[in-house]
Design a protein. Structure first.
Ligand code: UD1
Ligand code: UDP
Length: 362
């Protein structure tokens, strides 16, 4: 079985690392079938601390194709990726195209493959924020619809698809759990401290969502709240390049207790997750990782795709309003939820993907 994996943004490197490892493990077991994986890096993320570091730390096989497409408007980026991925797929003629999540790289891969009648497997399918202003929501909906098999991490993802009528479509739906849990289980023993000098006791924050960075009121509200909270407990914030750009543009002042550092590798991130007291983020992936590492999460958004975290009291939506964020921090810094709940599988999500792709390869 031949798979072309299309990745390009930071969270996709992390997710695909777990699946690439499962492919290597499967091939080592010599079960009579061999899985060949060819990796295409679209180039969407390109700084070494947004890309290379994950390939190095997580043993991701070297991409055979690097398309170097980045820094463009959504249409131009997706369009150029579509054109270049099509050429790769015509050369490689794989059984499957494997795509992850909801970025422009995901949608370009799904469109290129489906138009060539190549089967598409979408990992992290069925998630919805119900906010069509998010570029990710558009990418998810369109990607799911042209896929052949949808790997859903949660029950709510499956329910979303059912409500959209997927039962009436010739699309296979599999609940496989979360490949990010697999990744955290594979690598957490190798966690290492970032090189910067950091406080021993801290909160961990990340911000990068377009709806926060591109709106000066939202970004100012969030940073005003982080400045206030950091007076009580220092905050470590690995800064996404997009956010760095907007902090400078809006001339936002940062408290000295807000330790803004460059984006870190996955192993450093695991260290920060293991050692922080709480997570404040607008990241999709980090909301789940907070749960994996038993940390309460304040989500700096108005909605989330990971609704089970909210429903079970592990996460609260605080948006971008100063008072709401500070009040939630003051309330939740004293809470100690019991995190022993199976929401995202048991670390075998990647293996289930391989087994199903083999099963549905004709
Ligand atoms: C993208 C995804 C988002 C995902 C995020 C993960 C889309 C629509 N968005 O958002 O869903 O959560 O990745 O991090 O696909 N930049 C650099 N260096 C890099 C990468 C980006 O400087 O290595 C800067 C560039 O100025 C670029 C901007 O960040 O224009 C935004 O990058 P882009 O890939 O367009 O979107 P993200 O905000 O990273
Ligand atoms: N991450 C990382 N270094 C950082 C920030 C995040 O390794 O400096 C990891 C994080 O632990 C998670 C993933 O990147 O595994 C989340 O990606 P991101 O927040 O960029 O995207 P999203 O999940 O929101 O799509």
């Amino acid at each position: 079985m031949k798979i072309v994996t299309i990745i390009g943004a930071r969270p996709q490197f992390i997710k695909s690392a777990a699946v690439s490892q499962a492919i290597i493990d499967f091939n080592t077991e010599n079960l009579g079938e061999t899985v060949e994986e060819i990796i295409v890096h679209t180039g969407q993320h390109y700084d070494s601390n947004m890309s290379d570091v994950f390939f190095d730390q997580m043993n991701i096989p070297k991409p055979k194709y690097h398309l170097d497409i980045n820094g463009l408007s959504h249409g131009a980026m997706t369009g150029q990726m579509l054109e270049e991925i099509e050429k790769v797929l015509q050369t490689e003629t794989p059984d499957w195209v494997l795509i992850y999540g909801d970025t422009n790289s995901t949608l370009a891969g799904a469109l290129a493959a489906s138009k060539l009648h190549i089967k598409v497997a979408h990992v992290e399918a069925g998630l919805r924020s119900f906010n069509m202003n998010m570029p990710e929501e558009v990418n998810r909906i369109l990607t799911d619809r042209v896929s052949t098999i949808l790997f859903c991490p949660t029950d709510s993802a499956i329910e979303n698809l059912e409500k959209e009528g997927y039962k009436n479509l010739d699309i296979t739906i599999v609940k496989n759990g979360d490949v990010m849990l697999d990744a955290s289980m594979l690598f957490s023993a190798f966690a290492k401290a970032p090189s910067e000098k950091l406080p021993n006791s801290f909160l961990l924050a990340t911000i990068h969502r377009a709806e926060n960075t591109d709106d000066p009121n939202r970004l100012k509200g969030i940073f005003k709240a982080l400045n206030t909270i950091s007076e009580e407990k220092p905050i470590v914030l690995p800064l996404h390049p997009r956010t760095k750009k907007y902090i400078e543009k809006y001339n936002i002042q940062l408290s000295p207790n807000l330790f803004c550092i460059d984006p870190v590798g996955y192993l450093e991130m695991l260290f920060l997750l293991q050692n922080c007291d709480m997570v404040l983020t607008d990241s999709g992936g980090l909301q789940k990782e907070a749960f994996f590492f038993e940390k309460f999460c304040l989500t700096l958004r108005d909605e989330t795709e990971w609704v089970e975290l909210i429903e079970n009291g592990f996460n609260v939506l605080v948006g971008a309003d100063y008072n709401t964020i500070v009040d939630a921090y003051n309330e939740k810094s004293r809470s100690t939820p019991n995190f022993s709940m199976d929401l995202y599988g048991n670390g075998a999500a990647s293996r289930i993907i391989i087994e199903n792709l083999l099963k549905f390869t004709i």
